[in-house]
Design a protein around this ligand. Structure first.
Ligand code: PHE
Length: 342
């Protein structure tokens, strides 16, 4: 067929096919059919080889004009379709800014978190650093290095969950004391919060609970320094008129060991239900770090002394917020939890 004829035919064909196209995507596919590498116009151009040389210039002109015309045609159509499509998309995505938002209910911190954060900020203010030990411990850190060898009766003070012969869920954050003293040289001032585990379960005990441990090792520390620091901390957490009292006690890793009481912040010491008529409430255990524990960590007990203090977070939360059953702290009932705001 004559090339001129063919050109006319292609033009007609293009006019026909693009007439009812509604999407820019379809338009693109059709454009490729004519202008693509293997498209109709491209193959016509390839056929130029068969045209006698003297006709080639005029033929080339015609074909170039065809290509330009086709490109312009498609570009124009594409721009039109795209603008219609964009308008449609905007219309669909239109939002009503006057619609009321979806209310997001207020969150509240768990009492444990509130107490933990409060303790951390008090002790950080006194220059303590935070150390978090592992919850899965071995016998050495949880017991032996804390002067509680295998056959020691004090092991019965804490019913332990064993995972394997030598692996257990730590029963006390005191395990972290050893990890710190093994790697750090005095002066040491460490605060160690974390979960601990004991086979215990009633209104005031849970198999998993949280402790906060505090350890100070330096030259010349005495029990007075411990009490001074406890006084300071107790005033900050329970109120400025609350006093502390140390009662003799026993822990294998402290000597002497004490039980720490605070004057009842509910009745001021007169005696009430909270303090069971005694005027005092127990908040934790403490003592001077046993010299055998220091020695085991390569700290010379003739040069350095230390004191440690451990308390139960849940117990402090229950006292401070008047919670009468520990279970409430573990059930995750939002009606209970949302009553506590930091
Ligand atoms: N680890 C002890 C306990 O869990 C508490 C304690 C800590 C006692 C530090 C003395 C010193 O009962």
């Amino acid at each position: 067929m004559d090339v001129k004829e063919k050109i006319k035919q292609i033009e007609k064909q293009i006019e026909e096919t693009v007439k009812d196209i509604e999407s820019s995507q379809t338009l693109l596919e059709i454009k490729m059919k004519f202008l693509g590498k293997t498209g109709e116009i491209s193959s016509l151009m390839k056929n130029m080889r068969d045209v006698p040389p003297e006709e080639r210039p005029s033929m080339g002109k015609l074909l170039n004009a065809l290509r330009q015309w086709t490109e312009e045609k498609f570009d124009k159509l594409e721009a039109g379709l795209k603008s219609i499509e964009l308008k449609k998309k905007y219309a669909e995505e239109k939002i009503d800014v006057t619609m009321p938002g979806i209310p997001v209910p207020d969150g509240a911190y768990h009492p444990n978190t509130l107490i933990t954060n409060e303790l951390i900020s008090i002790f950080l203010g006194m220059g303590f650093e935070i150390f978090e030990g592992p919850e899965i411990e071995n016998d050495y850190y949880n017991f032996t290095a804390l002067n509680t060898p295998q056959d020691h009766p004090a092991r019965d003070m804490q019913d332990t969950f064993y995972l394997a012969e030598n692996l257990l869920l730590r029963t006390q954050t005191s395990a972290g004391q050893i990890r710190v003293m093994e790697t750090k040289k005095p002066p040491i001032k460490i605060l160690s919060p974390g979960k601990v585990y004991r086979s215990d379960d009633d209104a005031t005990h849970s198999p998993m609970f949280s402790q906060m441990e505090m350890l100070v090792v330096d030259k010349g520390l005495t029990l007075c320094d411990l009490q001074g620091m406890l006084d300071e901390f107790v005033k900050k957490i329970f109120g400025s008129d609350v006093k502390t009292r140390l009662r003799p006690s026993y822990f294998p890793f402290t000597e002497p060991s004490v039980e720490v009481d605070v004057s009842c912040f509910e009745c001021g010491g007169k005696g009430c239900r909270l303090c069971k008529g005694t005027g005092w409430i127990e908040v934790g255990g403490a003592g001077m770090v046993n010299r055998r524990v220091l020695e085991g960590c390569n700290i010379d007990p003739d040069e350095y002394t230390g004191f440690a203090f451990g308390l139960g977070i849940e117990r402090i939360a229950m006292l401070k917020y008047g919670i009468n059953n520990m279970k409430l702290l573990f059930e995750g009932d939002t009606r209970f939890l949302k009553q506590f705001k930091g």
